[in-house]
Design a protein. Structure first.
Length: 262
């Protein structure tokens, strides 16, 4: 399925209407089905769905290693796509137990929570951190627009990029910022890239989920072009992740673990 869709629009300008052709981003339901059981439906851009499924599975703690994914088949389904994943039986048993636990909760599920561990029970802590050069962040930010071709066409997609020594090595786009990040994480896992040798840039704000996903992959630095939430900063502090926001060439804000930036 094409990630974009041509659309006739009527542009109003200075008191007159003009008919034009525009390009819109596609957004479809993508069901992730584990061993025949549907687990979640994501609204996503229909490309790089294998990377999305693997990245989601790892960053959400459903899998702990890519080898636990035995097969991945993408099929059309209900005006969207279905990703059929065959995973290790032990991981599937844990997934079913987690689903039962979630179904048994009452109320909002957050009342009385007083720790980050209760909100993000699978929160990982990065054990290895390397120094991030400010010049490398600036270099990557200047080239990031070149890797956001769908955003250039539609104006509505987020991007997530993997950076080593200031050079963008891979980038993925999606209507959902979490999806873009999961696609990137899935790619890194699939290619067995050493995640201790670089950092991630996202074209959005940084939420606590995005920090947790970054930490789950052992990545020590997340750079966002927009702001971070207060919870994201607290999660970053606990997970030993250097969190940077409002990133522009030559300027950015360091929210956590500034000792790893030079």
């Amino acid at each position: 399925m094409n990630p974009t869709h041509p659309q006739t629009i009527h542009r109003y300008h200075s008191g007159s209407l003009k008919t034009q052709q525009d390009t819109l981003a596609e957004e479809i339901p993508v069901a992730l089905v584990y061993n025949g059981i549907s687990h979640v439906v994501l609204m996503a851009t229909p490309q790089n769905l294998e990377e999305l499924a693997l990245g989601f599975s790892l960053s959400e703690g459903i899998l702990t290693h890519p080898s636990q994914l035995y097969d991945c088949v993408i099929e059309p389904s209900c005006q969207g796509m279905s990703v059929q994943l065959e995973i290790a039986s032990a991981r599937f048993a844990l997934l079913k137990e987690r689903r039962r636990s979630m179904a048994g909760r009452t109320g909002c599920g957050l009342c009385g929570i007083d720790s980050l561990a209760a909100i993000a029970p699978n929160l990982s802590s990065v054990t290895h951190q390397h120094k991030i050069q400010g010049d490398h962040i600036t270099q990557a930010l200047r080239t990031l627009p070149q890797y956001q071709q769908l955003r250039e066409q539609t104006g509505s997609l987020h991007g997530a990029a993997w950076v080593e020594q200031g050079n963008i090595q891979a980038a993925f786009e999606d209507v959902g910022r979490h999806n873009a990040l999961d696609k990137l994480l899935g790619y890194l896992a699939k290619k067995q890239i050493d995640t201790q040798n670089g950092f991630i840039i996202v074209s959005s704000r940084a939420s606590y989920e995005m920090v947790a996903k970054t930490a789950a992959m052992g990545i020590g630095c997340l750079v966002a072009v927009s702001a971070a939430t207060a919870l994201a900063v607290r999660v970053a502090e606990q997970a030993n992740v250097t969190l940077i926001g409002f990133a522009k060439p030559q300027q950015f804000i360091i929210y956590s673990h500034e000792e790893f930036v030079e």
